[in-house]
Design a protein around this ligand. Structure first.
Ligand code: AG3
Length: 278
């Protein structure tokens, strides 16, 4: 008998994955959490029916949410991750020798527990001496960090449940205040094909707060539409003025100096729509 999990990506579109074994299904205080062993993508972390990461394609997302901002900053010492309890972003951040400390604030301790148990390739990084894991509401935690961070990453779920406020102006004002005068941030911002309105609004918020506000993309096979986006906001440093040598030195599978540059080139229609919204 075949078992399939389908992420309902829109009202009318689903991505079906054949499941070898369901390893965990649990209702946490925040969301429904599942870990599935799939034939195509290996183990898969699912929150409220949305695929968060898989063993086979997680490297694209985690490399792109981390190395673009970290290479943009000339000296990223203090890094904060909001969400990302699986540890994948931390693993990539720790490849940067400039980083002295990376704090992770995850709201749902069950996500960390599930990753520790089923996704060691990601979660092992959480035990690194430079990493600190905190179980707390990232939006609250941020308010205590006035000017303390060089780079902030928002590795959240989509705006449902606990993540809704991570897409609102108030939160980005707090991100701005938690960054030091040369700081910058990146947040995952869904699909340019399916979520254009959300991206336009988010970019509008970021433009009103940061002199540098840009969108970049990466091809991620298991996320809705396969094309994913990230919003970057920076107080000083421009991502296209990055140090290529540092980018090329990193041990990566997707990210490179070329990818860093080309990720900011948007399909014409999307570019024009976002420019108009300015
Ligand atoms: N966070 C972003 C996942 C968004 C996926 N959305 C969806 N499948 N509808 C990923 C967390 C990985 N550290």
């Amino acid at each position: 008998m075949e078992f399939w999990f389908t992420e309902k990506q829109t009202e009318h579109l689903g991505l079906g994955v054949r499941v070898r074994e369901s390893l965990l299904v649990e209702q946490t205080p925040f969301q429904e959490l599942a870990v599935l062993d799939t034939y195509q993508y290996g183990r898969m972390l699912v929150l409220d029916g949305a695929i968060q990461t898989t063993e086979q394609d997680e490297f694209v997302y985690h490399e792109m949410i981390t190395h673009v901002p970290l290479t943009t900053h000339p000296q990223p010492r203090e890094v904060l991750v909001i969400g990302g309890g699986d540890g994948g972003a931390i693993r990539e951040i720790l490849r940067h020798s400039e980083v002295r400390r990376v704090r992770l604030v995850e709201i749902d301790e069950r996500v960390v527990a599930a990753a520790r148990r089923f996704l060691p390739g990601l979660s092992q990084a959480l035990d690194d001496p430079r990493a600190e894991v905190m179980i707390a509401d990232g939006a609250e935690y941020l308010r205590a960090l006035r000017g303390a961070c060089d780079v902030i990453l928002v590795d959240s779920t989509d705006p449902v449940g606990p993540a809704v406020k991570l897409f609102e102006a108030d939160f980005y004002r707090a991100v701005h205040d938690a960054l030091n005068p040369e700081g910058l941030f990146v947040a995952q911002s869904k699909s340019p094909y399916l979520d254009r309105g959300l991206i336009r609004d988010l970019l509008g918020i970021v433009r009103s707060l940061f002199p540098v506000a840009l969108l970049y993309t990466a091809a991620i096979p298991t996320y809705p539409s396969g094309l994913w986006s990230f919003v970057l906001g920076s107080k000083v440093h421009h991502p296209l003025a990055f140090e290529q040598g540092r980018a090329e030195k990193l041990e990566t599978r997707y990210y490179s100096a070329e990818i860093h540059r080309s990720a900011f080139a948007l399909p014409r229609e999307i570019r024009d729509e976002l420019n108009q919204a300015q």
